[in-house]
Design a protein around this ligand. Structure first.
Ligand SMILES: [Zn+2]
Length: 492
């Protein structure tokens, strides 16, 4: 009888404990505390006019960084740096685009059916994010990818005189396979190389094809440039007998340059102000581990806070990457507010200078704020806010971590979660995680897949209307719960 009573109490204890608030509280509370309303609010705040498109180095970016730090502080997420600061500063020159300027197509004497035409902004051209201020007029020469690579027997400028002319160029390199040969092309893939080469050959200015704003270029004294849409590129070369639509593909497929004078003239006007001596920052907060030994080990989760700024008008940078920052803020708040104490330390980083050339992540690996050998991994969030599924790049390389993401997804999220091995990229590093990977850190990237809204990349229409807040909510939940389980997994 006594034994029966005891058994009843023991079973009853486990039964009720199993369903009581205390045991299910931490994870379920985290789950229920994340709301798509909050996440959309964060993304809308960061995408709003007062932050001027968050161009790293600009006052608008610094304002955004201070806003993020204030949120972290209000949730009890502590600064990580020794002087109790949330900010890791680094050098970051920047250029303020004061107005859109203009691109004017001029009539050409020998070329039929050409009239003066002022291009529409932002439908047909974008100003150059690092253009010098001024005005330049010249004949347009199409010079492919703008690459002179003798060792690769490739020269877009062979037999071409571009002195005092305006070169029209493609970004990237003609070689597109991700294998070891791409490594030989890497140095030619930088906008900075292309600018320097064009200038070295005496070009007066530059037109980039494709409407993608990009501050990852160099400011050169007196060097004026702008971006033109593909329809304009086609219009400029039409009378010389070339078809733009097939041209780039042909060069890539044959690896044979196809450069020529278009016979057209343009004027580019730009109004900018350059700030050569400037700084920007990463914002770093942490939830310190509670286990006396495991707290020395850290999980890093990061998202770049900067975007492309205000080149002639506001480029809100909502998907790229206010979305990732909002997901990260949501996860950080849920973890901090739940009161759970993870065994290991969780570090939240909002990187600056990503769009300018990965300055913030480089500062992080060059002046590390956590011993590299004590970092389990760096998880990067970039453009995580439009779609129906998730892709955890690199997860298959770290099955013990991936398992936690998969279990959380199976128990709470129920989305399509795909993963891949962490492969080597032979091209130009294009994400903050690539910088960490090169420095020897295990890295993973989380993306949303199966876009449901049109993606506008580095474009004024990258605004909050292009976000799907319900997947942002799930991203924040997935991150918060997976990080917590990994931080508490004593078998790792
Ligand atoms: Zn991005």
């Amino acid at each position: 009888m006594k034994k029966g009573v005891l058994l009843f109490f023991i079973l009853g204890f486990f039964f009720f404990r199993g369903y009581s608030q205390e045991t299910r509280l931490p994870e379920e509370e985290i789950f229920h505390s994340v709301s798509s309303h909050d996440l959309l609010d964060y993304a809308a705040e960061l995408s709003s006019a007062p932050y001027e498109g968050r161009l790293s180095g600009s006052p608008g970016y610094e304002k955004a960084a201070r806003w993020v730090a204030l949120q972290l502080k209000s949730w009890g997420i502590r600064p990580l740096l020794p002087d109790s600061s949330y900010f890791q500063w680094f050098s970051n020159p920047w250029t303020e685009v004061l107005d859109p300027g203009s691109v004017i197509l001029l009539p050409s004497k020998g070329v039929a059916r050409t009239t003066r035409r002022v291009l529409e902004f932002p439908e047909e051209f974008f100003p150059g994010s690092n253009s010098a201020s001024g005005k330049v007029t010249g004949e347009v020469v199409y010079a492919g990818f703008g690459i002179s690579a003798p060792e690769l027997e490739y020269d877009d400028y062979a037999g071409l005189d571009v002195r005092d002319k305006i070169v029209m160029l493609e970004s990237g390199v003609p070689y597109s396979k991700n294998d070891s040969l791409l490594k030989s092309w890497e140095k030619y893939s930088y906008h900075r190389y292309k600018f320097a080469r064009a200038r070295e050959l005496g070009a007066a200015g530059l037109l980039y094809t494709g409407l993608v704003a990009n501050p990852n270029t160099s400011y050169l004294d007196g060097f004026v440039y702008a971006h033109v849409g593909e329809a304009v590129a086609g219009e400029l070369m039409k009378e010389s007998g070339h078809t733009y639509a097939s041209l780039k593909k042909e060069i890539s497929q044959t690896l044979k340059p196809n450069s020529f004078e278009t016979g057209r003239k343009v004027t580019i006007k730009a109004k900018t102000r350059h700030f050569g001596e400037n700084r920007s920052c990463n914002v770093i907060g942490m939830i310190e581990g509670s286990d006396p030994l495991l707290k020395e080990e850290a999980l890093i989760v990061g998202a770049h806070l900067d975007a492309v700024g205000h080149p002639g008008m506001l480029f809100p940078g909502a998907l790229d990457n206010a979305s990732g920052c909002a997901d990260l803020l949501g996860a950080a708040k849920a973890l901090a507010s739940s009161g759970v104490k993870p065994a290991r330390t969780i570090i939240f980083v909002f990187f600056g200078g990503e769009e300018c050339g990965l300055y913030g992540s480089r500062a992080s690996v060059e002046n590390p704020w956590w011993p590299r050998e004590k970092v389990l991994f760096m998880l990067n969030l970039d453009m995580v806010g439009n779609g129906k599924g998730f892709f955890l790049q690199g997860g298959l390389s770290y099955p013990a971590y991936l398992e936690h993401f998969q279990q959380v997804n199976n128990e709470f999220i129920h989305r399509n979660l795909r993963s891949s091995e962490n492969r080597i990229s032979y091209g130009r590093p294009r994400t903050d995680s690539a910088v960490f990977q090169t420095a020897g850190y295990p890295t993973m990237n989380l993306w949303t897949t199966e876009s449901v809204k049109t993606v506008y990349y580095h474009h004024p229409l990258d605004n909050t209307a292009g976000l799907t807040p319900e997947i942002m909510e799930d991203a924040a939940k997935l991150i918060a719960l997976s990080l917590l389980r990994i931080a508490n997994d004593i078998l790792l």
